[in-house]
Write a new protein. Structure first.
Length: 167
């Protein structure tokens, strides 16, 4: 039986109610990896006919976290964080090259901050990665990817700092 969105959401909710900090977020990451590795879950929410760039699967009325499905083409994002919150990226299809960054200089007076590369790694189908509050990362894909993402709060309209790669 496929991992249902209702069970996935309930598992994440229970984990975050038990511990709203890094330990609960780590459990949410594990549940995201489980969902991304489940062919029935992936077919139901990210199947071949799905084309939504940002499809809301669940929004928690109390804790405010979101579970989203993303079908994306090629992309190359600059280093970024998620402002005041955290996110989990789960790879359901395709491959995403992720890079972690360290802040060299924080943004100030309308200027972007700068960052240096720490490491790069690939997210393969069935894998998930937690990006906690303030963790800089970037994503690069060459083709279509299918991703399950949890946002600690809805990031739509949230101002986030800009960063450039340090020379």
């Amino acid at each position: 039986m496929a991992y249902a969105i209702a069970q996935f959401a309930a598992d994440c909710r229970a984990a975050l109610l038990t511990d709203a900090g890094p330990a609960g977020r780590e459990w949410a990451r594990r549940y995201t990896a489980r969902a991304c590795a489940d062919p029935g879950f992936v077919a139901a929410h990210l199947g071949p006919g799905e084309r939504s760039v940002r499809k809301l699967l669940y929004e928690d009325p109390d804790l405010r976290f979101l579970i989203l499905a993303h079908v994306q083409g090629a992309l190359d994002t600059p280093p970024h964080d998620h402002g005041p919150t955290w996110a989990v990226y789960g790879q359901a299809g395709g491959i995403t090259e992720m890079t972690d960054w360290q802040i060299v200089e924080r943004p100030q007076a309308g200027r972007p901050g700068t960052a240096v590369k720490l490491r790069s790694y690939r997210l393969m189908p069935g894998m998930a990665q937690l990006y906690d509050v303030g963790v800089l990362h970037s994503a690069r894909t060459e083709g279509e990817t299918r991703v399950i993402r949890i946002e600690g709060i809805d990031l739509t309209g949230i101002k986030r700092d800009r960063f450039e790669i340090a020379a």
